[in-house]
Design a protein around this ligand. Structure first.
Ligand SMILES: Cc1cc2nc3c(=O)[nH]c(=O)nc-3n(C[C@H](O)[C@H](O)[C@H](O)COP(=O)(O)O)c2cc1C
Length: 340
């Protein structure tokens, strides 16, 4: 019989940042508490967790998959990658090593990762625990970025070096012509997507559920506008403007285009988002342009990716902090089983 692992009962209480609901006292539940703060497409939070004695399974909740805008599940897996990395950052903060098996059961594509948590092991690197407080404050920025404040070389270096994976590459796009081309492609993608009733219906549900962080009334009005009014052109113009006015766009690319690559993209994006937050830089993904196969290929060409795959595009810059809070599902709804 194997001995129960020595896990920290939790790191001393007071320095764990509290985000929304009360912090659970069991440390494995606490890791899930932070995982659920990760960003996700349309704030779908498409994850569930099973907690074992020393493992946490991260499971794709297919009922929350956006079948129309994300038919190949790329954004679903990126979102899950964000949650996995958040969970590991919380474990690092607790002083615990983690080991991840990705898709450990080949016939089960919903079991995305089994994270082994070993309280006795060592952390991944010393910089990671410092990221945890930013998990509680990070938000996607929908604001206009300040055109007079550049993203410095030092910022770029910090972001560039905050993840390390041979399969992934991060491309910075600052050239005005390339940014304008991305803005044009985003405009075209928005126009085409908004012409599709199924796309608008799916988006309207997310808006109605409050994914933009607006009040109940504004969410319901937004839901009505997206499903019933001809807002496509206006949305397309405003999205394109966001891209062309950003001081910097960044693109994560991969050599292959498998679910596993997309999970790794999510992990990297999570690290980047927290490193950016620690430097008071704001970020916003720009997804529509990658949701259509034609414009996705054109983005890869505009960024000169050669034969790599464009996976996740986002803008970076300076803006006031976001005030709208995008709600998270309560922990009790996310944990399918806990063997504590
Ligand atoms: C794969 C992925 C795609 C996203 N695409 C967009 C996007 O196109 N536009 C946008 O404003 N936010 C996008 N987001 C951000 C989510 O809307 C956001 O994470 C979610 O609403 C929760 O809000 P928060 O990040 O402020 O906590 C995306 C996030 C992920 C993980």
């Amino acid at each position: 019989m194997t001995q129960a692992p020595t896990v920290p009962s939790t790191r001393p209480g007071s320095d764990w940042p509290v985000a929304d609901e009360a912090l659970p006292s069991h440390w494995l539940l606490r890791l899930v508490y932070y995982a659920r703060l990760a960003p996700s497409t349309h704030n779908t939070q498409p994850w569930k967790f099973v907690i074992g004695r020393r493992t946490i399974d991260v499971i794709a909740d297919e009922s929350r998959w956006l079948r129309v805008s994300d038919p190949y599940r790329r954004e679903l897996y990126i979102s899950l990658g964000c949650a996995i990395e958040s969970l590991r950052i919380a474990a690092d903060f607790a002083g615990s090593a983690t080991e991840v098996s990705y898709f450990p059961i080949p016939q089960d594509a919903t079991l995305v990762a089994r994270v082994e948590v070993d309280g006795a092991g060592s952390r991944r690197d010393s910089a990671v625990p410092e990221l945890l407080p930013h998990l509680a404050t990070r938000r996607t920025s929908h604001r206009k970025f300040d055109p007079t404040r550049a993203v410095t070389d030092e910022d770029r270096r910090a972001i560039y070096t905050c993840f390390d994976s041979p399969e992934l590459a991060l491309h910075f796009i600052t050239d005005r012509a390339a940014l304008d081309r991305l803005a044009e492609l985003e405009f075209l993608a928005d126009r085409e997507l908004f012409a599709d009733l199924a796309y608008r219906s799916e988006l309207a549900v997310s808006v109605g559920e409050g994914f933009l962080g607006t009040s109940w009334l504004a969410s319901k009005l937004g839901q009505f506008a997206v499903s019933m009014l001809p807002v496509g052109r206006q949305v397309a113009q405003s999205d394109a403007q966001r891209v062309s006015s950003a001081p910097l766009a960044a693109l994560l690319s991969t050599r292959h285009d498998r679910a596993l690559d997309q999970v790794h993209v999510g992990e990297a994006y999570m690290r980047i988002a927290l490193a950016a937050e620690s430097r008071q830089l704001r970020m916003q993904p720009i997804s529509q342009v990658l949701e259509l196969p034609e414009t996705r290929v054109q983005v890869a060409a505009a960024a000169e990716l050669d034969d790599r795959f464009a996976q996740h595009l986002f803008r970076l810059g300076h803006a006031l902090p976001e005030t709208e809070e995008r709600r998270r599902r309560p922990l009790k709804d996310l944990v399918l089983r806990a063997d504590l």
